[in-house]
Write a protein that binds this ligand. Structure first.
Ligand code: SF4
Length: 279
């Protein structure tokens, strides 16, 4: 089987040096190494700099509304659980708008992968503070400093009883590929927090800052230890925090045990009683 190239004919428009390039390359290479046929992959992209990658991948892509990538991702997986479904979301869309979706998909252990492009800013709209921006940070929308406490993504996800939680860095290609590969093959909800520089609008979390603060560890860890590492601020640990093998959502739905919904014959199903009920 020839190597699958997931690169579309549209050239990325990201700023030179943007962390999105590292994530884009790592995901394409991982999908190729896993030999995922293009027709069996669906990427669901949020709105934002990360979400713009919808144009740059050559596979099936759904470009969702801002903060609304996760519901269609879960819906696609429920309609055809033979597909590999990956959501690509930034920190603004995910933790500003989509926390309820995130929380409930984690609880249900829907078998999708969420790749969180975390650059601590709303970058597409020129660098306003995001829910992950540390308290006190001055941005165009917080000239006197951010008032709110920042959300710590790993800590948040761990509190929702997740399947798989990991963190990596756009500046560590081999590590990132390894983590994304483990997340995609995991049979349940997988969350990958990817630290990435926004070289244009974030002058705090710079490449040098990441190089100094990121520290690799070997996981998975116990839930208690994972929670301990998730709140560290002197270092940002990267690795597999936690993995819990429990049945994915679609496995527990009786009608889906007969196979993916899209492959089931539904034309002979009698819905007359249902229609009568709602008349
Ligand atoms: Fe990347 Fe920031 Fe440029 Fe967006 S604004 S493409 S996140 S460097």
């Amino acid at each position: 089987m020839e190597n699958i190239d997931y690169t579309s004919h549209i050239k990325p428009t990201w700023c030179p040096g943007c962390g999105n390039f590292g994530i884009f390359t790592a995901l394409k290479q991982t999908m190729a190494e896993l030999k995922l046929p293009r027709e069996n992959v669906v990427l669901v992209c949020d709105v934002g700099c990360a979400g713009n990658s919808a144009d740059f991948y050559n596979t099936y892509v759904f470009h969702a509304l801002h903060g609304r990538a996760l519901p269609p991702a879960a819906g696609i997986k429920l309609a055809n659980h033979d597909l590999t479904v990956i959501a690509i979301v930034g920190d603004g869309g995910l933790f500003g708008e989509a926390t309820t979706h995130l929380m409930n998909l984690i609880r249900g252990n829907h078998n999708i992968t969420v790749i969180h492009h975390n650059n601590y800013r709303y970058s597409l709209t020129t660098g306003q503070y995001a829910p992950t921006t540390p308290k006190g940070t001055k941005t165009p929308s917080t000239p006197e400093g951010v008032i709110e406490e920042a959300i710590r993504p790993i800590e948040f996800v761990l509190s929702c009883r997740p399947g798989f939680v990991a963190r990596s860095s756009a500046l560590k290609p081999a590590h990132l590929k390894d983590i994304i590969k483990k997340a995609i093959v995991f049979k349940g909800f997988s969350f990958v927090d990817v630290l990435q520089p926004c070289v244009t609008f974030n002058k705090d979390q710079t490449i040098a800052w990441y190089q100094n603060i990121v520290e690799e560890f070997n996981g998975p860890l116990s839930l208690e230890k994972a929670k301990e590492l998730a709140v560290r601020e002197d270092k940002l640990p990267i690795g597999l925090f936690y993995a819990d093998k429990r049945p994915a959502y679609h496995v527990e739905v009786s009608t889906l045990q007969q196979g993916p919904l899209v492959k089931q014959k539904i034309d002979k199903i009698d819905i007359s009683k249902l229609l009568e009920f709602y008349k």
